[in-house]
Design a protein around this ligand. Structure first.
Ligand code: CU
Length: 440
């Protein structure tokens, strides 16, 4: 990526309204003034937020997602009070208190520069107006950017829409010629934020089966003034070998504050499995899975057969099993260059001051440190906060111009025992729970 004149202007304009800063703001998202979201006290009765800041979507398969949104001056889009209500559940099941990005860290391979996009390079100021066509079938909400450099702080920048994701399930029934199948539906919530030459899509996908997938997509342009790569740390993308784009990493962090069943006292568990070759008398290899309760702050690493889950302190499904959400990491290239990027997952005890995985602006007390790795210091977890680090090493290719195709990186959380059966189970199959028998 990067330093285009806009970004340079922004970095110089720390105190605000210089001419350069106004120009930067103008490129970052000037647009027609439209209905500004107003607090709607009349409609707010018993709701978690006023109507303008509420997202509620009942998908055609019967699942309803509810949440509130707000826009933070550094983190950008923040989703709060997220709940999931599949058909057959009498009330919404709270999943998260808060879900947001925690940083996008972009170090260049030649060691000349690294960026902390959220805290240092005006990610949130760069909210872009969306064209109607880029929120197909959905609604574009107007976002008021805090401390905006624009004359008009309102940006038509938040899309909420639905999308099909293909088969949710398929099963050949035990009656002749009966096929049970359903097409999955998702609620999508996203913004586009420009930082330098790049545009980042921040996408949240809420599936009708209870899974949530969060992704950052990098698009826009490669940074035209990073085409030096004289030291062999780039890839030629113009004719011959003259124009080499410097390779770099995008290390994205998410911060998830869980509140399963409305309680933040969630328990963290880590699972590992060991596979052993067959011993005498065994026909095949065996696999043994063990659970480790994570009771203190954790700097965790993904590993073959390893996974984590957040377990509800209070809620059980109709089978009497504790509700939980499993963390499902996406593909990642872990960047070992900084202390805060050395691990895939951090779990910290909640602290309202700890908001960004690196370059945290708040002063969280003497010796507290500015990055998530420093906050892992042995505290007992009574209110765990999950930080996920997903990295991508970007070695540019000819196809990255122009515009650069969106490159996605992210991960999911998936329900584990939140409902007693598949939340999309058709009524006819509702009896097939546990060790059921076919009817004769
Ligand atoms: Cu890149």
């Amino acid at each position: 990526m990067r330093v285009n004149s806009t970004t340079k202007a922004r970095t110089r304009a720390a105190a605000g309204l210089t001419v350069a800063a106004l120009a930067a703001g103008a490129t970052a998202g000037a647009g027609p003034a439209t209905a500004q979201p107003k607090a709607a006290p009349a409609a707010a009765a018993a709701a978690d937020c006023s109507a303008a800041y509420r997202i509620e979507q009942k998908l055609s398969s019967g699942t309803t997602w509810r949440m509130c949104w707000r826009y933070d001056g550094k983190a950008g889009l923040v989703l709060e009070k997220i709940s999931y209500q599949p058909k057959g559940e009498p009330k919404p099941i709270r999943v998260l208190n808060s879900a947001r990005l925690g940083q996008i860290h972009v170090p260049y391979d030649d060691g000349n520069i690294e960026y902390d996009d959220l805290t240092g390079f005006d990610f949130a100021q760069g909210l872009m107006n969306l064209a109607p066509g880029e929120c197909p079938g959905g609604t574009i909400k107007t976002v008021k950017v805090p401390d905006s450099w624009n004359e008009d702080p309102n940006v038509k920048g938040l899309c909420t829409t639905t999308r099909s994701r293909g088969h949710a399930y398929r099963m050949q029934g035990d009656t002749a010629n009966k096929v049970f199948q359903a097409q999955g539906k998702d609620l999508l919530v996203y913004t586009v934020n420009q930082v330098g030459w790049y545009e980042y899509m921040t996408e949240w996908r809420f599936q009708d089966d209870g899974a949530i997938t969060m992704n950052v997509g990098a698009t826009g342009s490669l940074s035209w003034d990073d085409y030096d790569a004289g030291d062999g740390r780039g890839w030629p993308i113009g004719k011959g070998a003259s124009a080499k784009s410097t390779s770099h990493s995008h290390n994205a962090f998410w911060r998830l504050d869980f509140a399963l069943d409305g309680s933040t006292k969630n328990k963290v568990e880590q699972y590992d499995s060991t596979v052993s070759a067959p011993t005498r008398g065994q026909r095949a290899p065996t696999t043994k899975t063990t659970r480790t309760k994570v009771t203190r702050e954790l700097a965790g690493d993904s590993k073959n057969y390893r996974w984590w889950r957040m377990v509800s302190a209070t809620g059980k499904n109709k089978d009497g099993h504790a509700r939980s959400y499993e963390i499902v990491p996406g593909p990642t290239t872990k960047y070992p260059g900084r202390s805060y990027t050395k691990h895939d997952l951090y779990v910290t005890q909640y602290n309202k001051c700890e908001l960004f995985a690196s370059h945290n602006p708040g002063n969280c007390g003497p010796g507290a440190g500015k990055s998530v790795d420093k906050w892992v210091n042995g505290q007992t977890l009574t209110h765990p906060v999950v930080w996920m680090n997903i990295g991508f090493h970007h070695i540019a290719r000819d196809e990255d111009q122009q515009p650069m195709p969106v490159h996605w990186q992210g991960f999911s959380i998936a329900p584990r025992d939140v409902t007693a059966m598949n939340p999309l189970t058709p009524a006819e199959l509702g009896r097939q729970n546990g060790h059921w028998r076919p009817r004769r």
